[in-house]
Design a protein around this ligand. Structure first.
Ligand SMILES: [Zn+2]
Length: 488
């Protein structure tokens, strides 16, 4: 038995450990137990010891909701992050189209923040055609719920009846499908790059919400069993009818891949003004809408239950949240849970479902919410309500919507402020979370340092359970182990 000991300054985990436990023993990718170094040495004579001076050792982190395919595409796309008007888009695309790329090659752009964008001035298609006519162009909104296309893109993706070039929600699907997606060795290499970035943030596990397209390509890799990340994949509605996926079942594992939930989209997003609200948006009659008829949603959920699939239901508006709660049970998740009334928090807690929330998205919303939402955004990002009601919380970046960074999520959840301290006292300060509550939400569900748990471990340069919130993002990863194999 090849036992190894890691000896740090201290251990932290979701459950409190005796203060003299400063070391962990593991073997064959599994934790054997924790204790004082001398005790573990005695118990496992001959075990190798690695000293992690100055480090705090705990479970490695998880990003509970992201989109690997879009992360891969975004890496090679035009970044419209700072763009606020149509002229800016034209300039950025014009510049990019002068680079390499043939006529059939897509030109994609990501990161257009519709909360700050001043408008197209003409139809998006007219603007994009003017910028680039020779190649298909797709511009994704920051929240990924809207895509703007030129004429060439419509032709390439077989889209008819979209004269203005604006697509939303499921109408974006033909564009997503038309964009080239890496597979085989290209996918393995791209994934290794993404994994390197995630490891540097302490992440070894991710929940991908992109549906079966990436699930199938990941399972087709001959390295599927030894990926540099633990990846839980998902199904989308259309995947339910794909016979290649008939054995997909929540919880089924193959190496580091695991089948996850059926991902449904109850509504849209705040940025695209199609989150489903109980009251109309300010200055408008519109309050968004549910993406499904109630009957269709109930039918989908029946099929999920029959196939032993758990649910992950996207719900952002307070009306969408209220509708979705009625369908959830233990093992299910609500994604975003962004705007809620207190009585609905209690109803969600009673279902036993988890809430996967995005504290770092406060950065995208805190300025605009009070001008957009009815009631000035009350019940926005209700993190403390959810935590105090006992709803299991999972933090997620929704990358590439926002960059991954578990400790940044903790800072946002705790301070509800930008790094410069805006707004003063934090945005809806009563919803600030405690440190341990927040840390539990960046560890994988069921994470533990007990015997039998996977040796997915992280050594950090500081004790993140006590460090001031504004120093969390400076903490360095000093070591990262995936099933006992060192990655960093
Ligand atoms: Zn998402």
């Amino acid at each position: 038995m090849d036992v190894r000991l890691l000896h740090a300054d201290r251990l932290i985990g979701p459950r409190a450990l005796p203060p003299n436990h400063d070391s962990l023993a593991f073997c064959d990718g599994l934790i054997l137990g924790s204790g004082p170094l001398a005790e573990l040495r005695e118990k496992y004579p001959g075990a190798s010891v690695e000293r992690l001076a100055g480090c705090t050792l705990g479970p490695a982190f998880c990003d509970h909701h992201l989109h690997l395919d879009e992360m891969l595409q975004w890496a090679a796309a035009v970044d419209l992050g700072g763009c606020v008007d149509a002229a800016g888009i034209r300039t950025a695309l014009d510049l990019a189209s002068k680079g390499e790329g043939e006529e059939k090659d897509w030109l994609t752009a990501f990161g257009l923040d519709l909360n700050r964008f001043e408008g197209w001035g003409a139809s998006p298609m007219a603007v994009l055609d003017q910028a680039v006519a020779a190649r298909p162009v797709a511009v994704f909104s920051q929240d990924l719920h809207s895509v703007f296309i030129n004429q060439r893109a419509a032709e390439s993706a077989g889209i008819k009846n979209c004269p203005d070039g604006l697509l939303r929600e499921e109408k974006c699907l033909p564009i997503r499908e038309a964009l080239p997606a890496p597979e085989g060795r290209d996918l393995a290499e791209a994934l290794a790059r993404i994994a390197g970035d995630l490891h540097a943030l302490g992440i070894v596990a991710v929940d991908d919400m992109g549906g079966a397209a990436i699930h199938l390509r990941l399972h087709a890799l001959d390295t599927a069993e030894s990926l540099p990340l633990k990846i839980t994949t998902s199904l989308h509605e259309a995947d339910l009818y794909d016979t290649r996926l008939s054995d997909f079942k929540t919880g089924r594992r193959r190496g580091r891949l695991q089948d996850g939930p059926l991902k449904l989209f109850a509504d849209g997003s705040l940025g695209s003004r199609n989150a489903f609200m109980l009251l109309p948006y300010q200055g408008s009659e519109d309050r968004g809408q549910l993406n499904y008829t109630k009957r269709h949603l109930a039918g989908l959920i029946r099929s999920a239950r029959a196939r032993e699939l758990s649910l992950a239901v996207h719900a952002i508006g307070d009306a969408a949240v209220r509708e979705v709660i009625g369908h959830l049970g233990p093992g299910d998740r609500m994604e975003h849970a962004q705007h809620m009334h207190k009585e609905d928090v209690a109803r969600l807690a009673a279902t036993g479902a988890a809430a996967c929330v995005n504290p770092s998205h406060i950065e995208l919303d805190w300025r605009s919410c009070e001008h957009v939402l009815p009631e000035g955004g009350l019940g926005a990002y209700p993190l403390a309500w959810l935590a105090d009601a006992g709803v299991p919380l999972l933090f997620a970046s929704d990358a590439p919507v926002m960059p991954p960074g578990p400790l940044a999520q903790v800072r946002w959840a705790e301070t509800r402020q930008t790094k410069n301290g805006e707004p003063k006292d934090g945005w809806f300060a009563e919803q600030r979370m405690g440190r341990m509550q927040a840390l539990r939400a960046i560890w994988p569900r069921g994470a533990s340092l007990s015997s039998g748990a996977p040796a997915d471990l992280l050594a950090l340069s500081a004790d993140v359970s006590t460090l001031p919130a504004n120093e969390l993002e400076e903490v360095q990863v000093k070591g990262l182990w995936l099933e006992g194999e060192r990655q960093v």
